[in-house]
Design a protein around this ligand. Structure first.
Ligand code: 2AM
Length: 189
């Protein structure tokens, strides 16, 4: 099988990626590990893993069928998974718009019989450092300046092996429309 490692993600705008790459370097200086490169920083919505390349059109089609509005994220916290040596940025709490998007996307993938590698609980995160030396003791995470991120689209990404790790090629973008204004029945007097 000619396979491709694929995932759907939110890709931050350039200024946010730059700011988060700066945070990643500072965290790696403090805790050790490998900081994420600016061009790789993202928030995964659904990880498909290895997919037969012949299924790519069906994957793209599932993305196009997603019916969910744009929303605003505020990236405002740093956290870690000590057992994985992973430091990440996230938002507390994740907005409803993000949850709706993930549910709509996963629903379309399910309908197309495209398998998703899903953790029991979806924890939206942007990985900043891998292989950090944080296994042993409790880690006091530094504060993170809150930054807003208008999410008006998501992308399908091809993860390919590269000399320094992996590189990500954006295969397709899927715009998210502005939220619909409330209908007459929803307007309170
Ligand atoms: P991570 O940053 O927490 O490792 C590409 O690998 C993206 O897919 C990363 O954001 C990664 O999350 C995510 N992902 C989710 N499940 C994965 C899995 N089983 N293997 C590799 N990456 C996974």
């Amino acid at each position: 099988m000619n396979s491709m490692r694929l995932f759907f993600a939110l890709w931050p705008p350039g200024d946010l990626s730059l700011a988060l790459a700066g945070e990643a370097k500072a965290l790696a200086r403090r805790f050790g590990g490998k900081p994420a490169r600016v061009e790789t920083i993202h928030l995964t919505l659904a990880f498909l893993g290895e997919v037969d390349a012949a299924r790519l059109p069906a994957v793209v089609d599932a993305g196009r069928r997603v019916d969910a509005p744009s929303f605003q994220l505020v990236v405002d916290r740093l956290d870690c998974w000590r057992h994985k040596g992973l430091l990440w940025a996230g938002c507390a709490p994740p907005p409803d718009g993000l949850r709706s998007l993930v549910m709509a996307l996963r629903g379309q993938l399910r309908a197309a019989s495209i398998a998703v590698d899903a953790a029991p609980r979806f924890v939206p995160h942007l990985t900043l450092v891998r292989k950090a030396g944080i296994a042993g003791e409790a880690v006091a995470m530094p504060a993170l300046e809150a930054r807003s991120w208008p999410c008006s689209g998501f992308v399908l990404v091809h993860s390919r092996p590269a000399p320094g790790g992996r590189e990500y090629a954006l295969l397709e973008s899927f715009p998210l429309p502005a939220p619909r204004p409330p209908g007459p029945a929803e307007i309170s007097p």
